[in-house]
Design a protein around this ligand. Structure first.
Ligand code: SF4
Ligand code: SF4
Length: 149
């Protein structure tokens, strides 16, 4: 479900432009408001929806999810730690969903340069970064060479 911007709510702050990983949120030079310039390339990550301080960004629902005539509103409520979705169908029915979001404080995530330099020997390991500890499974099964008959 790609995003679009309500121009009457947008104040052109550019938060969505900065955060979009697909670089498709742009500020219209004439109107000074944001718009999604290439909905086909939208990752549907909703980072822009969550970042917009004006709640000016919404999504277009797919027909199998919300048939024509619907509207989908997304709201990020930082104080409650939730993202909520509200779908209004054309017959007037309303469905609301709420999801908890992670509670990492805004702006507190460390950049790659703030971590210790990785050990180059890790390039020869079959394990991915932070495996197995990040998987919390103790250890991973290892492949053993098959015996020739
Ligand atoms: Fe960019 Fe993600 Fe927003 Fe799509 S949902 S416009 S990819 S930030
Ligand atoms: Fe407009 Fe919201 Fe984007 Fe700011 S983050 S430019 S208010 S759509």
């Amino acid at each position: 479900m790609p995003t679009f911007v309500y121009m009457t709510r947008c104040d052109g702050c550019g938060e969505c432009v900065d955060i979009c990983p697909s670089d498709i949120m742009h500020i219209d030079r004439t109107y000074r408001r944001a718009y999604n310039m290439e909905p086909n390339f939208c990752w549907e990550c909703y980072s822009c929806v969550k970042a917009c301080p004006q709640h000016a960004i919404d999504v277009r629902g797919y027909a199998d999810f919300a048939p024509l005539g619907h509207s989908v509103r997304v709201l990020r409520e930082e104080d409650k730690g939730t993202v909520s979705w509200k779908i209004r169908y054309r017959d007037g029915r309303i469905k609301e969903f709420m999801f908890p979001i992670r509670t990492t404080p805004w702006g507190s995530i460390k950049g790659p340069a703030e971590y210790a330099v990785p050990d180059p020997k890790g390039l020869n390991s079959v394990l991915l970064a932070h495996e197995p500890e990040a998987l919390m499974v103790g250890s991973l099964p290892t492949l053993t060479a098959m015996k020739k008959e």
